[in-house]
Ligand binder design. Structure first.
Ligand code: EPU
Length: 292
């Protein structure tokens, strides 16, 4: 007979802490089913647990662009404790999906490999960046991709070449759990890479509130427009609800000035959408993931 709740098998990889301790914007209450698997077999157990108990499963990588509400009946999966791997062969690199982007950029630099500097300072893991085809300055991470290794719905490990994946602005067709990714980078001098890193860090520091807990850009850019500019033109910079504030530096960022709650941020999101729609007729679409 199927046990309904086989949670005791999973307690060693489960956290019942506060999501705020995991989230980059430092928001989130106690979670019920947040799992930190250490291996592919742990992953399989978690998928099984979610499916047997009919709970929706959300792999959220490092959790940096996720705003979490208070619902309990769901399974969250973070990748911090999975093995972290990096293999380089000439200009080809295979890296585990849980690798932190900024660590990867630095390791690549030491290997005289460049390419991802345009993304520097984004506090995210490689799997999540691929899934949303993260980009900046007109470039996207998928440009460097060769293939991904996934754990598919049948529980099998499968290689998916890039030409079988559709990528568009902040979107990919990837549905399976990404384990690894292979990239082809550019051979460059270490000093050249270093100066690119410094250049992009400065641009971000000057134009984005990277020193406050945040979720990255909250909205996608509508075609031909900048969401930040549209919000700014509505006079919303500095607008606050509770401790959540529309950044004075870049209006597409909401920052946590202390003890912001899920509701503070979602109310600010609704306010922005309402004002921008009233002024321009444009419906701003979320870039971040909001899980009520
Ligand atoms: N602008 C304003 N007010 C603001 C913000 C921007 O007037 O509050 C103006 C700027 O002066 C500029 C234009 O809007 O003329 C575009 O701004 P920016 O260069 O900052 O680019 P963006 O379109 O707002 C996009 C990405 C960012 C990425 C930057 C840099 C999206 C949603 N945003 O922002 O990505 O860092 O370009 O390339 O695609 C993210 O994905 O989390 C993110 C922040």
């Amino acid at each position: 007979m199927n046990k309904k709740f086989d949670i005791e098998d999973l307690n060693s990889i489960r956290s019942d802490g506060y999501f705020k301790d995991f989230s980059h914007i430092k928001i989130g209450n106690k979670v019920q089913y947040l799992f930190l698997p250490r291996s592919v077999s742990d992953l399989a157990l978690i998928f099984d647990f979610a499916s047997k108990n009919k709970l929706p499963l959300f792999p959220i990588g490092g959790g940096s662009n996720v705003l979490l509400g208070n619902a309990k009946k769901r399974v969250l999966l973070m990748d911090y404790k999975l093995p972290k791997t990096f293999d380089v062969n000439s200009d080809e690199v295979v890296v585990s999906a849980n690798f932190n982007l900024n660590s990867l950029i630095n390791i690549l630099k030491k290997n005289s490999l460049g390419g991802l500097e345009f993304l520097v300072t984004i506090p995210a893991h490689i799997g999540g960046l691929l899934k949303m085809n993260a980009g900046a300055f007109g470039k996207n991470i998928s440009e460097y991709l060769k293939w991904i290794e996934v754990l598919n719905k049948k529980g099998e490990i499968e290689i998916i070449p890039k030409d079988k994946i559709e990528f568009s602005y902040r979107k990919s067709s990837i549905k399976d759990y990404i384990l690894k990714a292979a990239f082809k980078f550019e051979r460059k001098l270490e000093e050249e890479i270093d100066s690119q890193i410094k250049k992009f860090k400065k641009i971000r520091k000057d134009s984005q509130p990277i020193n406050f807990p945040n979720l990255g850009c909250v909205f996608k850019n509508p075609k031909g427009e900048s969401a930040g500019k549209l919000i700014d033109e509505c006079g919303l910079k500095g607008e606050k609800i509770g401790d959540a504030e529309i950044s004075e530096k870049h209006a597409n960022f909401i920052i946590n000035k202390g003890n912001a709650s899920f509701e503070d941020v979602t109310n600010l999101i609704k306010l922005i959408q309402r004002k921008v729609y009233a002024k321009t007729g444009i419906e701003l679409e979320l870039e971040i993931t909001v899980l009520n």
